[in-house]
Design a protein around this ligand. Structure first.
Ligand SMILES: [Zn+2]
Length: 226
């Protein structure tokens, strides 16, 4: 575990260490490679030309939050199983996962077409904060890791410096990334409200969702007026 915690950017393809004294947070991001979490090989890999103009934030809903690196590695494998074996996709749908341990887990990685947000998969970095964030806020180390990852992506030229930050719900019929997390990212730099012409319409058919959807809460009947 300690050794893993010290792994810096042993990521495939971009194994450079981040500069130690960057003051934008990128210097503290800790990324684990696919082999670290025991990923299966992707069935195929398709690249898009960067830098990506969008960053899209997700929650996993299920699996729930993980706090140890061993647990989080299993969550990544479970999501890859779901996407590859049940959905029949090439690979785990997301570009990266963030664990409750504060680590960043490489999914498809940068500049690889994802399967997390139809119509945006070839121009975005899809980041899933593992857990159900409808009513709870992810712990600080997760939020910091997500911000660090974005800063790193911009620094390395994988993410456009003028990127737009979106929650999944802005581009698809989903509650993702959960109400509480969505409220949080709404205050982050680059968060963008999409206007109606820019937002994706959802008249389907589109591919199945990247994560399970919680049951839709039945609306309460209005209380009779006293
Ligand atoms: Zn989502």
């Amino acid at each position: 575990m300690t050794a893993l915690g010290l792994v810096l950017l042993s990521m495939m393809g971009y194994s450079q260490h981040m500069p130690a004294n960057m003051d934008n947070g990128a210097g503290t991001a800790r990324l684990l490679s696919r082999s670290d979490w025991g990923a299966r090989l992707p069935k195929s890999v398709e690249h898009f030309e960067g830098p990506a103009p969008y960053v899209i934030i997700h929650h996993s809903y299920m699996p729930g939050v993980c706090f140890s690196t061993l647990e989080c590695m299993k969550s990544m494998r479970d999501m890859q199983d779901f996407h590859q074996l049940e959905r029949g996709w090439n690979d785990i749908g997301y570009s990266f996962g963030i664990g409750g341990d504060g680590m960043i887990y490489t999914g498809r990685g940068f500049n690889v077409i994802g399967a997390h947000a139809p119509k945006y998969n070839d121009k975005s970095v899809g980041i899933v904060l593992i857990g159900d964030w409808r009513t709870e806020l992810p712990p600080k180390q997760m939020l910091d890791a997500a911000k660090n990852l974005i800063a790193f992506g911009v620094y390395k030229g994988y993410i456009d410096p003028t990127y737009k930050l979106l929650g999944h719900r802005q581009v698809r019929d989903t509650e993702c990334p959960g109400g509480r997390l969505f409220e949080e990212i709404s205050s982050w730099p680059h968060f963008t409200k999409l206007n109606t012409t820019e937002a994706t319409t959802t008249q389907a058919p589109v591919e199945p969702h990247v994560h399970p959807q919680p049951p839709i809460a039945k609306s309460q009947p209005a209380a009779p007026k006293a």
